[in-house]
Design a protein around this ligand. Structure first.
Ligand code: PSV
Ligand code: MN
Length: 424
């Protein structure tokens, strides 16, 4: 399915009066409105190929209709999203779920949809059909050298696919760890993992980055070998300058201060990538900003401050991706909501009066510090975000247009009601 330009224009015309009124009202009070809009226009968030089907839990999965059946259809879905918001112009692939059969034609198709290839993701957390050795007791940490080699070889193969597609980074998330006390020699597990990562690092092209993603729990529940940002930072520091830590919002223990983690990783020049989602209990894969929008704003506030302190380009300096796969919503509507929430938090962070905040900190004026942050957070910046979309020929209200155009119904018509996307 394709959305025609006139359909977006018609939608925008129908909403333009109200939008204009709200935008002008807001812009009166924001001196840097134009600069913020330009930042928003440039900011792109990659969509993972595994988030386009309805997610599941270990109790089951309720597939939605019209789920993409192939890599080409996944790109079609993200292409549709990108037409609606012009903010999701990148796709992140998981190998072996999305091995491109013909890299050249996949590249051509991606270019037609205006998509580039973001980080490549390897998978050593699941045994694949026909796989020689099992990852039941880990992959890069495994006691058996042959299993470790299999995991390393797989990652090198993922890099190879990425080179063909024009990607520039590899994300390694390991489920390695242990479920019971005594099961693992922590030091040996760390050393084995480090050696394996070093072998992958050696195969990385000069202009590539490797992101080491951490996760506190699941599927291992007693220990995780890359369990937190400290462990990830230890690995990435030992690996070298092409290695960075990746923060996934759902991978922390309850109440972790993620904004502080982000701030320090940026200060050390070691924050490379970011996976957005929201969660209540754990890695719940919920829509970004659906539960803790203030936390998302505080994180963005540190991201913006940290990137500005180092002169890092907001749009291209880090790998931005949504990593969510929920159970009950239409995946595309949910992803559109996540992108919107991310844009709102980013815009609010750009509103923060950083000079005044620094001054208030210097004076230990705690009340004023809070006032400054909350005045940015409580500003309804949605008209700025919509204006950025309008100027990029996207829809003023992407979810509304998605429904008006009956995108899901059309995808079901084309692909069928009973389709199951590869992924989680
Ligand atoms: C693990 O929970 C994770 O966040 C990693 O990024 C994986 O690559 C992704 O989800 C999909 O399994
Ligand atoms: Mn992730």
């Amino acid at each position: 399915m394709k959305i025609e330009r006139y359909q977006i224009d018609e939608h925008n015309r129908s909403l333009s009066q109200g939008h204009q009124r709200r935008f002008e009202f807001l812009a009166q009070d924001i001196s840097r409105a134009e600069e913020i809009i330009q930042n928003l226009i440039k900011f792109q968030i990659a969509i993972p190929s595994w988030a386009l089907g309805t997610g599941g839990t270990r109790f089951g999965r309720f597939s939605g209709g019209g789920e993409p059946r192939s890599l080409e259809e996944k790109m079609e879905d993200i292409g549709l999203m990108h037409q609606l918001n012009q903010s999701s112009g990148a796709i992140s692939l998981h190998i072996p779920w999305d091995i491109p059969e013909n890299a050249q034609s996949v590249k051509v198709l991606a270019a037609q949809y205006g998509l580039r290839f973001d980080a490549m993701n390897s998978n050593t957390f699941k045994d694949q059909p026909g796989q020689e050795l099992s990852y039941k007791f880990g992959s890069m940490q495994h006691v058996d050298r042959a299993v470790r080699k299999q995991a390393v070889d797989h990652n090198i193969e993922v890099i190879r696919h990425g080179i063909e597609l024009g990607s520039k980074s590899l994300t390694v998330w390991l489920s390695d760890g242990s479920c019971f006390p005594g099961q693992l020699n922590f030091r040996k597990a760390f050393q084995n993992t480090l050696e394996s990562l070093q072998e992958v690092y050696a195969a990385l092209p000069d202009d590539w980055k490797i992101f080491v993603e951490y996760k506190a729990f699941e599927p291992n529940f007693y220990s995780t070998t890359v369990g937190d940002w400290g462990q990830s930072l230890l690995f990435t520091s030992k690996l070298g300058p092409k290695a960075y830590t990746l923060v996934d919002l759902g991978h922390h223990l309850p109440n972790a201060n993620i904004e502080q983690i982000v701030s320090l990783l940026l200060m050390e020049g070691k924050l490379g990538g970011f996976h957005f989602n929201d969660s209540k209990y754990g890695d719940d894969d919920l829509t970004a900003g659906s539960i803790k929008p203030y936390q998302l704003f505080l994180i963005f506030n540190e991201l913006v401050a940290g990137m500005d302190a180092k002169g890092i380009d907001h749009a291209t300096g880090l790998g931005w991706m949504i990593d969510a796969s929920h159970n009950v919503k239409d995946p595309l509507e949910d992803l559109l909501q996540s992108v919107e929430a991310i844009m709102i938090a980013y815009a609010q962070a750009l509103l923060v009066d950083t000079a005044a905040l620094e001054q208030a900190r210097q004076e230990n004026d705690v009340v004023r510090c809070q006032e400054i942050l909350q005045s940015a957070f409580r500003t309804d910046v949605r008209p700025l975000v919509s204006e950025a979309r309008l100027r990029s020929n996207a829809a003023i209200n992407p979810v509304q247009l998605f429904r008006e155009l009956k995108v899901r119904e059309k995808l079901i018509g084309e692909r069928g009601l009973k389709t199951v996307a590869t992924g989680l």
